[in-house]
Design a protein around this ligand. Structure first.
Ligand code: AP5
Ligand code: MG
Ligand code: ZN
Length: 222
């Protein structure tokens, strides 16, 4: 099965992608995580991406598309995909469709997590994540048992550089129109499932899983 999680910054893509990938046996790919790892390693790609991320802008398509298409060609990606944060532009969506068609596969469903923008600022400015395993916390709604320490692996929790209020605002401005365009693109393909992203994260997981009940891998959907 090949799935996309669509949603504005802070909608809960990362939180839900980790759970769904485990549940469905899919490879979780977050282009944001890939860029942050590359930046931490100091590679040319990472340093270039970091400039855009710091400004709350999108990393250019020519960089992003190449990186993602290379990743989905790898053997471990053949189990199925849980894409988080890609595609984010129509050219990215078209490049993905073309690459999958070449593999004889396709996107099976797009899960659009919808959250009112008024909630997103608080979610992002309160987020902490594990520097070792990537687990996601929030200082109010999902605090770790011990301050600054990951419950799952004991790793150190850090805040993302782009979660400062000014940058969050820029990220929302950047992504608003694209997110709508992608929702429209996949709606026309009959693949879009809109999911209410408010409330308890475990309830949102249930909504996502129930939307997937009628979806089968590789099926041609009208
Ligand atoms: P990326 O890392 O993908 O960031 P994003 O899209 O801004 O999304 P986030 O990761 O911030 O939010 P999320 O939806 O994953 O929410 P989360 O689950 O963490 O991309 C970063 C940057 O990289 C981009 O700005 C861009 O520069 C670049 N980039 C990446 N992909 C690109 C692409 N394809 N093209 C071009 N550039 C690209 O949850 C957020 C917080 O809310 C957490 O604290 C969590 O605990 C909390 N939370 C989750 N669910 C709930 C809930 N139900 N109720 C209350 N709180 C909740
Ligand atoms: Mg994320
Ligand atoms: Zn951890």
């Amino acid at each position: 099965m090949r799935l996309i999680l669509l949603g504005l910054p802070g909608a809960g893509k990362g939180t839900q992608a980790k759970i769904l990938a485990k549940e469905k046996g899919l490879l979780h790919i977050s282009t944001g995580d890939m860029f942050r790892e590359a930046a931490a390693e100091g590679t040319e790609l990472g340093l270039k991406a970091q400039e855009f991320m710091k400004a709350g802008a999108l990393v250019p398509d020519e960089v992003t598309i190449g990186m993602l298409l290379e990743r989905i060609e790898k053997p471990d990606a053949q189990v199925g995909l849980m894409l988080d944060g890609f595609p984010r532009t129509i050219p990215q969506a078209e490049a993905l469709d073309a690459a999958l068609a070449k593999q004889g596969s396709q996107i099976d469903a797009v899960l659009y997590i919808v959250v009112p923008e008024s909630e997103l600022m608080e979610r992002l400015t309160g987020r902490w994540s594990c520097s070792q395993c990537g687990a996601i916390y929030h200082n109010q709604t999902k605090p770790p048992k011990a301050a600054g320490v990951c419950d799952e692996c004991g790793g150190k929790l850090t805040q993302r550089a782009d979660d400062q209020p000014d940058t969050v605002k820029a990220r929302l401005d950047t992504n608003r129109a694209w997110t709508e365009q992608l929702a429209d693109f996949y709606s026309k393909q009959g693949k879009l499932h809109e999911i209410d992203g408010t409330g308890d994260p475990s309830d949102i997981t249930k909504r996502l899983l129930s939307a997937l009940e009628g979806v089968s891998a590789g099926s041609e959907k009208a």
